[in-house]
Design a protein around this ligand. Structure first.
Ligand code: A3P
Ligand code: MG
Length: 277
């Protein structure tokens, strides 16, 4: 089961197709978790990565054969196009992370892991050129996508948060400056796995911002950034510059995603922590 292509025809429109792909890959990951169990986390991570990657690659090859693919699980995945050239010459590139938050996926009971599917298009007017994106959160039974962007998050009720900013951060590799930054802006840190799950938490209003620095790749943020910006949220590099995708080097080491009203305050505080080159 699982790895053979499905018989169902997916939606034709890219945003709906992205939602379909991410949702189906997420279902497969739930099946893998049930089948393999949590006794051997390394085996579970490897099985999940492979099942979701194989599914996404085979469906993209089947339904979008002319498009290029950039995937976490295979940096060369359809990077060289059938007609010659590389993904850097392509007009359309799917940027996918079959399993973001791999570590959390392997831990029983955790729901902070995701499937990311984004479409970079040379014709997209937005600076990030992400024409479509979907983030499946199978453990939370939801898929967020640009075809029907979620509503902008509500302002937090001061009494519920004590007036403090809630700042989502990596559980294992938070930026070195984050504790100092949090103190400066009066924030509490909310450790969470997966870039997709953290950006989904900003979109849902469970946290106010996500700040990361020190290392990451385009596939870690492309799909959730596509959804966040479609929702109207702020997303940029930590120095305030634009996030750009489908670069020759897929490293994209830092970002901040937050409500628009918070961006000036966070970016101003971040400036004090960025090393001058
Ligand atoms: N310093 C770093 N260098 C490279 N990748 C990093 C990183 N910090 C976080 N990431 C990647 O960003 C994603 C979210 O990380 P985190 O859960 O720690 O916030 C993870 O993706 P994967 O789970 O797909 O590997 C992780 O590998
Ligand atoms: Mg990832």
């Amino acid at each position: 089961m699982g790895e053979s292509p499905s018989n169902e025809s997916p939606p034709v429109i890219d945003g709906e197709f992205a939602r379909w792909l991410a949702g189906r890959a997420g279902q497969l990951l739930m099946e893998v978790r049930a089948e393999v169990g949590h006794e051997d986390p390394a085996a579970l991570k490897a099985a999940g990565d492979k099942r979701a990657h194989d599914f996404l690659l085979s469906e993209l090859a089947r339904w979008r054969p002319s498009d290029a693919v950039l995937s976490e699980e295979d940096d060369g995945a359809r990077g060289v196009l059938a007609g010659g050239g590389t993904r850097l010459d392509a007009k359309r590139v799917w940027i996918i992370d079959p399993l973001d938050g791999t570590r959390e996926f392997s831990e029983a009971g955790r729901v902070d892991w995701a499937v990311h599917v984004a479409l970079w298009s040379a014709d997209c007017a937005h600076r990030h050129r992400l024409a479509a994106g979907a983030v499946a959160l199978p453990g939370q039974h939801r898929v967020l996508a640009t075809d029907h962007p979620p509503a902008y998050p509500p302002m937090p009720v001061g009494s519920a948060t004590g007036g403090r900013i809630r700042l989502a951060a990596s559980r294992s590799r938070p930026p070195a400056f984050l504790t100092a930054l949090a103190e400066e802006v009066g924030a509490e840190l909310v450790p969470m796995g997966s870039a997709g799950a953290k950006i989904a938490a900003v979109i849902g209003g469970e946290v106010d911002a996500y700040v990361h620095a020190g290392g990451q790749y385009e596939w870690d943020s492309a799909a959730p950034v596509a959804v966040a910006t479609a929702t109207g949220l702020h997303a940029s590099r930590v120095d305030g510059s634009a996030l750009e995708y489908n670069g020759a080097n897929p490293r994209l080491p830092d970002l901040v995603v937050c409500r628009k009203d918070l961006a000036p305050r966070l970016l101003s505080a971040l400036r004090g922590h960025l090393r001058v080159p």
